[in-house]
Design a binder for this molecule. Sequence first.
Ligand code: HEM
Length: 160
Amino acid sequence: MPLEGRLTWAIRASFLDYIAALSDGRAVLSDGARVTPGEGIVFPVRDADVSGGVGRVSTRGAVRFFGHGGALDIRIADPELELGDSSGSITVESPAGPSVIARFALVARPTAAEMRWLAHDVGLTEAGADLFSRVYRPGEPLDPFTVTMSADTVAHRFLP
Ligand code: HEM
């Protein structure tokens, strides 16, 4: 049975507006990432190791932003989430290897009825600030995001 799940994340609304306003601004999706209008970029879940709502969820897909004649080239690929009791972190692939770009608070966690996490207060780490060429400072906010997985997926994959 395939893993049914997704990370839905608009990254940061002001950044998307900025790219959209550039004469040569582009966002290129690949490797399974797609857009759900009004919600954000959807990264399908690739693998998960979750117990009691705590664990790790890896996704696949990439979005790459271009602009300013190539001076701006920012890639967010294969986001991986560490989900704790009340907080977590998000790691993306970079040319130098995996990089923790942001930390967040979990304001909603899975219940018996629904396998869904909602992350708020998503703040850039040092590496996250570097990803945006230090235009944003460490601690500056990115958008909230959700992670959902079907209960069937969880039951099939993670229960004995
Ligand atoms: C030709 C070079 C560039 C010019 C003229 C330029 C110009 C600007 C301007 C005018 C703003 C809006 C500032 C504001 O209103 O707060 C801005 C924002 C920004 N720029 Fe650039 N930029 C350049 C290159 C870059 C590069 C190379 C990057 C990253 C690799 C970058 C990333 C950003 C980011 C992340 C923002 C903030 C967007 C937001 O959240 O509002 N820019 N830039």
